[in-house]
Ligand binder design. Structure first.
Ligand code: KG4
Ligand code: ZN
Length: 337
């Protein structure tokens, strides 16, 4: 059984082929970051147009890479939401058309479930139940996962997502979109304690997050200081410390609340080295286990979509040609396949 996975929910075109017996046979990602950098964020119309240009060539090169013919693919999985409606429509249209012409079923996949499951592609995958911290450009969620499709959202951001806060603050520091990884890089030269940023909602009696104030705090700090290289690094470090501390505090509270001892980090921000390091230390002190993906599977990719498609092959799959995307599709709406 082999599944072709197509991811086009935002600004990465991802295509992968997952084989039930042999695992991942091919995984290709094309990032549109350069296109959107000029505008400081994703421009939806440009994103969908570029998916139109890139998806089919990536599918052809994936088949070639895996040395497969179309008749050796058994199902097509595509991201059906959440995401940008125009971009999602490209993936579903191509996915459904190919499945129809190859006479195989197609399976809609929830992008967030893809992120949560991505660490399952690594050696030593997590077992259920676990707590997932999903930190991407569009979402920050703490999720209790007790089985495939059995998710409960314990807390989430009430404004900016963690990745969005990284990108907005990076922009204020003159770093082009998406700036999260570069901000973290310049933070390595920062002096700790020169600036102290707040830990938003650390003392609230719920598991929600609020990160938009950190960006304002960064803007005010920048206005009061001469932005030389050292100051940029100092501000970047203070910001990164604040985000990571806050995520850490809430993860500890969520682990206490659920009684789980497994923590899964996923989504683009989980590629952050310091976040991984500090979460690993925290989980170790609790004698728990931590799981995360290799960096290319933290950000958007087709591998996670092909993998979830394989898990869901018997549920929701269809051969009809209707086109339906779900720009706001919560994990809480999913069920066990
Ligand atoms: O999961 P993802 O590829 O896209 C969404 O589904 O949103 O996440 C992209 C986000 C961006 O905001 C990017 O700046 C952030 O992940 N990111 C990072 C790092 N690498 C990517 N943020 C902080 N540190 C990093 N190393
Ligand atoms: Zn994503």
């Amino acid at each position: 059984m082999r599944v072709l996975g197509i991811e086009t929910s935002c600004d990465e075109t991802g295509v992968a082929i997952y084989d039930k017996k042999y695992g991942l046979l091919s995984n290709k990602t094309y990032s549109q970051a350069k296109i959107h950098a000029y505008y400081g964020g994703v421009v939806p119309e440009l994103a969908s147009r570029d998916h139109v240009r890139k998806t089919l060539p990536l599918i052809l090169s994936s088949l070639k890479h895996a040395d497969l013919k179309p008749n050796q693919i058994n199902a097509v999985a595509y991201t059906a939401g959440p995401g940008l409606v125009g971009s999602l429509l490209v993936g579903i249209s191509i996915g459904r058309a190919l499945a129809y012409s190859w006479d195989i079923p197609s399976v809609p996949v929830n992008h967030m479930e893809g992120h949560i499951m991505a660490p399952m592609l690594e050696n030593n995958p997590p077992k259920f139940p676990f707590l997932a911290l999903l930190v991407s450009g569009g979402h920050t969620q703490l999720v209790s996962a007790t089985g495939i499709g059995l998710y409960k959202i314990l807390g989430e951001s009430i404004d900016d997502a963690a990745g969005e806060a990284f990108d907005k603050t990076a922009r204020l520091l003159g770093i082009s979109y998406p700036g999260g990884a570069i901000l973290s890089k310049i933070a390595r030269n920062g002096q700790r304690k020169r600036f102290i940023f707040p830990r938003p909602m650390a003392c609230s009696n719920n598991l929600n997050f609020s990160f938009s104030g950190l960006k304002t705090f960064a803007a005010n700090t920048i206005n009061k200081n001469n932005l030389d290289d050292q100051t940029r690094s100092d501000i970047a470090l203070a910001f990164e410390d604040a985000i990571i501390d806050t995520l850490l505090i809430k993860c500890k509270q969520a682990l206490d609340k659920t009684g789980f001892n497994r923590l899964v980090l996923s989504g683009g921000v989980s590629a952050n080295y310091i976040l991984r390091k500090r979460m690993t230390e925290m989980v170790k002190t609790r004698k728990g286990e931590i799981f995360f993906s290799r960096p290319e599977f933290c950000t958007d990719n087709g591998a996670m979509i092909a993998y979830v498609g394989m898990l869901r092959i018997n549920s929701n799959m269809s051969k009809d040609l209707s086109i339906k995307v779900y720009p706001r599709w919560s994990l809480a709406e999913l069920s066990n396949p």
